[in-house]
Design a protein around this ligand. Sequence first.
Ligand SMILES: Nc1ncnc2c1ncn2[C@@H]1O[C@H](COP(=O)(O)OP(=O)(O)OP(=O)(O)O)[C@@H](O)[C@H]1O
Ligand code: SF4
Ligand SMILES: [Mg+2]
Length: 337
Amino acid sequence: MSDPVLAVDGLSIAFQTRRGPLPAVRDLSFSVGRGEMLAIVGESGCGKSLTALALLGLVPPPGRVTGGTVRLEGRDLLALDEAALRHVRGARISMIFQEPMTALNPVLTVGEQIMEAILEHEPVSRKAARERTLALLERVRIPDPARRFAEYPHRMSGGMRQRVMIAMALAGAPAVLVADEPTTALDVTIQAQILSLIDELRREQGTAVVFITHDLGVVSRYVDRVLVMYAGRKVEERDTRDLFADPFHPYTKGLIAAQPRGLAARPQAGPGPAGVARERLTEIPGTVPALAAMPPGCAFAPRCPLADDRCVRTVPPPRPAGSGLVACHHAGESHAI
Ligand SMILES: Nc1ncnc2c1ncn2[C@@H]1O[C@H](COP(=O)(O)OP(=O)(O)OP(=O)(O)O)[C@@H](O)[C@H]1O
Ligand code: SF4
Ligand SMILES: [Mg+2]
């Protein structure tokens, strides 16, 4: 890859408690190039949202970034003060969330708030900002932009609100778009529309996308690479096709086996048609350990059929494997599962 737009190195995040720091994300490294889409996947609580927030300098207390760097176009965001960060957010890196109403202001019309987002980052006239807003609404395929401009967000459907949030996120023409489960609350047909819209934007505008999800099947058609997290650590990172064809980590194998029927076998198939039952094949037995009760070795050991003494004692370091990395003492042998 040429110089990555976003390069995260050794990111660690912990919650400050009376008993000392409780690590939630540990030593996480990844990078995303121009026009590339990376998925971060993993079960609830593995640290996906904390990672997303850290990319924008928004980890809420008592959480705190305790180590690492987040370089955006070469500049370490974690070293910037709040004023400088505000300048970067929205302009060079933007975020979209699962629930658009957390980002949208209920008392402003959709058009007014997109205009405000433009005016915040650029010294253009209100007339020019209005024109850009209409173009953005059209860009995210909102029908009849002139009428929608004057509408309030709560009068729109979930899918339309999600499009408005994407339009706002694009107002400053950012180099990186971080999407934290933006389709999870939507029905399958709308999910597919939003995903293909994000895919189109990155192809046409070269936006680098970090797409966070717990549903590997939904994103498999669109993403170039997948980073699998477990209990705050990266356990595998591979090109999408390779990951589906031959997952190395026992947890990744479990995740793929747990995808709804059809998606696991056909990674390029994308989301199924509306109304198709999203049947789970197998669930991974057991649960993710609590932050305060993390085992000293591999965090997956209590659920892993290959776990031995070494796994219980020492954390497996990430090492090169195929088109990426895997962190497992027995990755080469895990074909036995
Ligand atoms: N204020 C807090 N104090 C202590 N722990 C917290 C706090 N907020 C979040 N956590 C813990 O941090 C961990 C990571 O949370 P995060 O929200 O990043 O998970 P996630 O992967 O996004 O999960 P989900 O799929 O449910 O959105 C979780 O174990 C969570 O319980
Ligand atoms: S390091 Fe050991 S316990 Fe952890 S995933 Fe690999 S085989 Fe399983
Ligand atoms: Mg989350």
